[in-house]
Design a protein around this ligand. Structure first.
Ligand SMILES: Nc1ncnc2c1ncn2[C@@H]1O[C@H](COP(=O)(O)OP(=O)(O)O)[C@@H](O)[C@H]1O
Ligand SMILES: [Mg+2]
Length: 289
């Protein structure tokens, strides 16, 4: 399946939790999947591998930075992501490990100019190549801010951008920000029509941490926000765009699952949130096919 990006400018809405557990739900449904950690905070990598282990291993691990190491060199071809897929004990999904030094790379790009940002784009575009991905479905976890990496990742996600929101209304602003960025970048790369049509547009919104009684007021407010964004930036939305029917519940077990680097399924099999992830996977799969 084509790569998707999980994006919201707002931190703490559940991007990393969703990327990891969605990858696992997909792997559980016999779809090879991998979480791609494109956030310098490395939450996804810490979640799956464990913090001390990652820090200790970071120097030796092949991380996403390897795909981008050719920046500032004369190398022609970006590194194939296949060699970066890591198997994690107790997880079915694979991981492309994040790298805290991406912030340093971003600083270099600022100093070198916007041309380098396009190379990041090209490097990440490899995620669209199913052979280069060894047939794994990439689910890209983005950082909250609209950094070079987030922009590159969202546009390389030809399967679409999925935006998690919570009951906090300011999380809805991620929809408008994303739509606005897509419009701006689309205008900028109009000269590359072969690439743009299949680059990421907003395909879905995932409601996270919602109690049953909060569902209908949330949906009413959210639909209003979506309508405003769509009328301002209609081309930034995929024709199949939808607010996912499945709502991920507030689950008090999630913090300890993360702390213990466990999959939702192994920790709480049969729980309503584990089942919800299976349903989110099925909905996204049908949107991508
Ligand atoms: N459905 C949920 N129920 C309870 N806590 C959640 C849920 N989803 C995420 N969290 C918690 O919210 C916090 C932020 O989640 P995270 O996935 O790191 O967000 P982001 O990647 O958007 O910053 C974490 O402490 C996580 O454990
Ligand atoms: Mg995160």
């Amino acid at each position: 399946m084509q790569p998707i990006a999980i994006y919201n400018y707002k931190g703490g809405v559940g991007k990393s939790t969703i990327a990891v557990n969605l990858a696992e739900a997909a792997a559980d449904a016999k779809q090879s999947a991998c979480a791609v950690d494109c956030d310098p905070q490395c939450t996804t990598s810490f979640y799956m591998l464990g913090t001390p282990k990652v820090v200790e291993k970071m120097k030796n691990l092949k991380t996403i930075r390897k795909m981008m190491n050719w920046i500032g060199t004369n190398d022609k071809l970006p590194y194939s992501p296949k060699g970066l897929l890591i198997s994690v004990p107790n997880w079915r999904a694979k991981l492309i490990c994040g790298d805290m030094t991406l912030t340093e790379l971003e600083m270099q790009m600022v100093l070198k100019g916007i041309g380098e940002a396009q190379r990041i784009w090209q490097a990440l575009f490899n995620l669209n190549d199913t052979d280069a991905m060894d047939q794994h479905w990439p689910i890209i976890d983005c950082s909250p801010s609209y950094s070079f990496f987030t922009i590159a990742a969202t546009f390389c996600a030809s399967g679409g951008i999925f935006i998690p929101v919570t009951t906090e209304e300011d999380s809805f602003y991620g929809i408008t920000l994303s739509a606005r960025a897509i419009q701006k970048v689309a205008a900028y790369i109009k000269a590359a029509p072969k690439i743009l049509p299949k680059c990421g547009k907003i395909k879905g919104i995932i409601c996270n941490r919602v109690e049953p009684k909060q569902k209908s007021p949330l949906l009413a407010a959210l639909k209003f926000s979506v309508d405003v964004s769509r009328s301002a930036y209609p081309d930034s939305f995929d024709p199949d765009f939808k607010i996912l029917d499945t709502i991920l519940p507030e689950d008090p077990q999630i913090p300890s699952i993360r702390a213990n680097h466990r999959t939702l399924k192994s920790y709480a099999p049969g729980s309503s949130s584990a089942k919800s992830y299976d349903m989110v996977y099925e909905e996204i799969k049908s949107l991508l096919s």
